[in-house]
Design a protein around this ligand. Sequence first.
Ligand code: ATP
Ligand code: MG
Length: 492
Amino acid sequence: MRGLLRRCGRLCRGLYARIALVYLTSLLLLSVATAWIAISQFNQLTRELQQRMEIDLARNLAQVMQPALWQGAESDAARDMARHILSINPSLSLYVLDENGRVIADYADSACGLGQRVDPSPLETLLGDEPMLPVLVTAPCGDEPGIFSVAPIRHGEERRPGYLYADLDNAGQASMFAMLRTSSITRTLVAAGLMALLISGVFGLVWFALLTRRFSRLTTAVQRFADGDYGQRIATPRDDELGRLARAFNDMAGTIEAQLQAMRETDRQRRELIANLSHDFRTPLTSLRGYAEQLLATVTVEEQGRRRMLTAILDNADRLTRLAQQLSTLARLDADDRPLQREPFSLAELAHDIVGKFQHQAGEAGIALTVACDPSLPRVDADLGLIDRLLSNLIDNALRATPAGGRVRLDAEALPEGVRLAVTDNGVGIAAEELPLVTQRFYRTRASLARGDGSGLGLSIVREICERHGVAWKLVSSPGEGTEVSVTLPRA
Ligand SMILES: Nc1ncnc2c1ncn2[C@@H]1O[C@H](COP(=O)(O)OP(=O)(O)OP(=O)(O)O)[C@@H](O)[C@H]1O
Ligand SMILES: [Mg+2]
């Protein structure tokens, strides 16, 4: 349900929803405006027709009423005559106006128009030659301009000029609305209008859907490409703007994919080169080291100069061997396609082996290297070769950062979530500002640069081994006091 709502929300925010909303709103506004114009024009037309048909009504009535009007507009004879006429057509309103348009006789029962004034100029317009119909004026009892019929009369014994005014609007309006309601033409027109509205609405929505579907296909392809699916292409049969855009995207995607492949290939070749070089370095280095050691064994105590040179050769061979080893591990870690070779093994055994390997180096440097591992520790599940490198790097770092007389300890303890390993030293430590940098490749601390050892790869290898195993590790250090690096490996 929530997914449906989310999709609905995405759709409503989408281009199609916006276009559809704007289109439907304009269609609705246009329909309302058209209906309004049609109704008002129809109204005007019916008024015109009605006024045209009944333009002579007042003249005819005036002829009938004229003898009675000579006795006065308010005379009994005039009233009787008017009553008789109104009884035949009750929706009619009849007034006698003086020459200024003032009502001097209202023959309706309410007599609401008496004393009111009607603008005489529209009356004169209607009485003129070929008036433009409809001519409107506000009737004595009315609020808005309406149609009428008017005729000049003479009233009273003085034969004063005036008008006989017949209000046609009430009767006309009523009959117009009745006609609108009951006319089959109106019904057909309304039905046709609604049908046209529906058809254009559906047609427009379908057309916009087709248009935006191509657009959203393009957006999806670009999005997928941005997410790393570099094989994304768009089928583009048409030759319009969207088609050209899609073709441009396809060309661009093709170029980027080709460049990426070339880059991957170069990267693979570089990794292979490093792996091969670091491997190939080891054999001549081992042989070089062997010969140098043999030579050193033959050098007498007096030959100090030769001894120094051979020791320097051995030191440099050691550095190169270590560098080759680090590079070979890095090349292996960089090759994402090579999976970890996980296996269950005893950390206690590994810890003792590695500490044993470093005992000679520690003894020469005057450092106490100890291991505190319970042999009954649970076995862990990890890549033995990589964990060996991780521990060797940590102990190597600790030994080189610790002055003579110091101590380096390797502890392992069982925790509910795995086995925690920690390498602790009381050496020079790492300055706080350098802590975030030491795991970068080739970064060496100021202390290390002063000593002139290391290549700055060890801790970056430690970090990558932990990342590949998906385990957390922690480096705590305070300058002058020492460093502790710990990592927790999962139980087998
Ligand atoms: N326990 C430690 N105490 C003090 N400094 C350390 C410690 N461990 C690492 N460092 C310093 O952190 C920096 C990064 O260490 P890293 O192991 O990555 O490189 P390295 O030891 O210089 O070279 P490599 O390990 O590749 O031979 C080095 O300058 C190193 O001296
Ligand atoms: Mg190191």
